[in-house]
Design a protein around this ligand. Sequence first.
Ligand code: SF4
Length: 252
Amino acid sequence: MSKLLAAGWKSVSLVDVVEHPSFTLWLCGCNLMCPFCHNWRIAERDSKICKWIDIAEILEEVVASRFLVDYLHVTGGEPLMQYSSLRDLLTGAHRAGLMNSLNSNLTLPVKYLAYLVEAGVVDHVATDLKIPPSNLFGLPEKSTLVLWRNYLESLKLIMESETPLELRIPLHKGLTVEVLRKYLGEVLPYISRNETIVVLNQLIGEPFTNPRNPAWCREYCGVGEELVKAIVEALSDVGFKKIVVRSIPGFT
Ligand code: SF4
């Protein structure tokens, strides 16, 4: 069996999938450069924390936890960068009786996600709605436009495959209700508002976290309660039924 470049796992996590305990695995490498990212060493494949680990070894740990958790939740970094080996892991977790949850930024070409969805090994997807992408992807404008199109195509695939979606929105001072409405206009055709759980993540900077770009966080992190309320209202207005507010750092 193949290997995955991973930073580690938590055998039982109560915070990674809303309403479900999970075995959470962090995979290394990412195609984005989010300024608020607190997993940036994992995203940049830091050799001090990222190791090639046999999938069989990871599965042994997953199996040991299977009576305590509902999902194997794979996060990162960007797990789809290792889509081929990831399929082996997710297939093994299914055989062990677990459901699989994938946390992805959904900005890679849709064929990688399709490879897993068509294999029937993805039972739940969590993704950030990083808006505006020009501020949150941390990449040049030209690449950002391409990646945003990939994001929309991936949402469409998730909707068409009827995979449950958890949509996480990082809250920062550059996100106004107007910006939210503009981007909702683009994503709503690809999201079931009745079923999707929306999680609002209030970004927090130093000294509580270690973001990739501390100067960015000093400018944008730490939104006030008024903005949180306005965002909740705007989401309710367009028909979202399940909205959770969290105060956590740059969750991925
Ligand atoms: S926040 Fe997620 S998508 Fe962004 S750089 Fe970090 S790991 Fe990658």
